[in-house]
Design a binder for this molecule. Structure first.
Ligand code: CP3
Length: 342
């Protein structure tokens, strides 16, 4: 009997949806904070296979999720390309910005896999340690979202440097995106070769682009990555997460070749049933703030998501990552509610 997540990603409808949560390892867990404190910096944690394995397994032990997601970050790819990346305590990621064609020259996609050896070692260790019924998910940031961090030099509200570049000089912006497509394919293939069974592409800032730019810088690069991965690893399902894409979710699904889409919190579920779930498996989409609140509001939201998406392939998840303020008991309540078949 195949694992539940793999069955659903292959298009099967199950009475009880499999469940995992984006950012299921992290600061809301005391056992994570303990390992994090002894690791040093956040990137030190990502690059120590033993510790990355331990924090990946923590939420599996505590909650019994149907899938584990590799503990890593989307910004290990710019780090592997040769850009300087660091995490400022309390401030989030910082990068030496890449803003011109000349800045692109030193970035080397063929160096990524050699640089990220400890990540693939963690994948192998996690896979060996997981219970038979739990699926291992590998991931990367999609090129547009990773480019926003590379060009802005960190998090941003308006993406004016990245968008300014793609509007004023699309030819050199395309070179950056081509390097990211190549680096992402190499990084995801290496994860599969080390033991990842499913891949997810996080396009967190897909919401920032108007239609024409969305087609060129979200759909096109994603389609290129999915096409190359399907050539190398045809049996490995790919979940796309074009967060905030609204109506463009439909064309993202139709044109990229992903096997499933992760739904952000704002998508109306009736529309999802009619427009997306006919074509691919859907994953989501409880509001992370409802998980912080817990109680009746959370239970009502869970019941509504389960019922509305029950007619087709559905993976239960949040609409975005868990926030550090989440009480771990609410996560246990969520898992129990999703598995309670009435
Ligand atoms: O889901 C998981 O449990 C796997 C691990 C994972 C992390 N980041 C660990 C992390 C995954 C899948 C990511 C993806 C990621 N990283 C995204 C896309 C998904 C999303 O949330 O939108 C983005 C945009 C990043 C970049 C990033 N990494 C930011 C903006 C930050 C700082 C914000 C914050 O929460 O502190 C990080 C740091 C980060 N990545 C942490 C974790 C657990 C917190 C670091 C710490 O322990 O101090």
């Amino acid at each position: 009997m195949a694992k539940k997540l793999l069955r659903v990603l292959a298009g099967e409808r199950l009475d009880t949806p499999p469940i995992w949560l984006m950012r299921q390892a992290g600061r809301y867990l005391p056992e994570y904070r303990e390992v994090r404190a002894k690791a040093g910096t956040f990137l030190d944690l990502c690059y120590q296979p033993e510790l990355a394995t331990e924090v990946t397994l923590q939420p599996i032990r505590r909650f019994g999720f149907d899938a584990a997601i590799l503990f890593s970050d989307i910004l290990v790819v710019p780090d592997g390309l040769g850009q300087q990346v660091w995490f400022q305590e309390g401030e989030g990621p910082k990068l030496t910005p890449v803003r011109t064609a000349a800045d692109l020259k030193p970035l080397a996609p063929d160096r990524v896999v050699a640089h990220l050896g400890p990540v693939y070692e963690a994948v192998g260790r996690i896979r060996a340690a997981l219970p038979d019924e739990v699926t291992l998910i590998g991931f990367a940031g999609a090129p547009w979202t990773v480019a926003t961090y590379m060009v802005e030099g960190g998090s941003s509200r308006d993406f004016l440097h990245a968008k300014g570049w793609l509007y004023r000089e699309p030819s050199s912006f395309r070179e950056l995106m081509q390097k990211l497509v190549e680096a992402t394919v190499r990084h995801l293939s290496a994860q599969v070769e080390a033991g990842a069974e499913v891949l997810q592409l996080f396009d967190t800032w897909a919401s920032a682009l108007p239609e024409a730019a969305f087609r060129e810088w979200v759909i096109e690069p994603t389609r290129a990555i999915v096409g190359e991965l399907k050539g190398k690893h045809p049996a490995v399902p790919i979940i796309g997460f074009p967060r905030g894409a609204g109506l463009l979710y439909r064309d993202y699904v139709a044109e990229t070749g992903v096997d499933a889409v992760s739904l952000d919190t704002s998508l109306p579920l009736g529309w999802v049933v009619d427009e997306l779930q006919q074509h691919v498996a859907v994953q989501g989409n409880l509001d992370p703030a409802a998980l912080v609140a817990g109680g009746k509001a959370m239970q009502d939201a869970i019941a509504n998501i389960k019922q509305t998406l029950a007619g087709g392939p559905h993976v239960f998840n949040l609409g975005h990552g868990i926030v550090p303020q989440t009480p771990p008991e609410h996560v246990a309540d969520l898992v129990a509610a999703v598995r309670d078949v009435r």
